[in-house]
Design a protein around this ligand. Sequence first.
Ligand SMILES: [Zn+2]
Length: 167
Amino acid sequence: MDPREGVYRNFMTFHCGQCNTVWADSLGLCGEAKCCDSLICSTVNLSIEVTLDVIIKKEIQSSLEEKWENCIYNSLSCSGCGCSVGVVLVSAPQHLASLRSLFLIRKENTNCYQFSDGSMVKASTLNLDIEAIGTSIATLKQEMEAALEHISLLHGSLRESSTASLD
Ligand SMILES: [Zn+2]
C-alpha cells in the first residue's frame, strides 16, 4: 500500500472544543506526548504546523501545573474564544527536552474532524501515537531517498550521453 494513501485517508483537522475554530491538521501532526496529554505539531511534514487562529502569547510564562513543573513556555490561545490551546516550551527539564519549540496542543480541549467518515470526535478518544506516525514518516523518507538515488543515476547517465555527443 502507498503509505501516503494512509496519510490522506486518515486526514483530519483539529478544532477548538468550544468554538470549533480550526487549530491544525494531521499533516502538521507528528504524534502525541502522553506525558502531558498533548498533540505535537511541527513543520516535520513541510506543512504549516498550526493555523493563524492559534495565537502565541509573547510573554514567557511558568506554571504551577504539575505537568509543566520547571518549564518556561509561551502559551497558546484560540482566536475564536480565547480558551487555552496549549503551549510552546522554551525551556524544559530533561524528560520534556525533546518537546521544546514544538506546538503542544492539549488533547482535552481538542475535537478532531475525520475526513474518512465526516465525523467529529474528541481528540482524547483517539490514539495519535508518535510511533504509528513515525513509521509512516520513516517510510516516506525511504521513498524520497530512493527517488533521489534514481534522479542522481539519471543525472549521471545524462551527463555521460552529453559528453559522448561532444566527442
Ligand atoms: Zn475556541
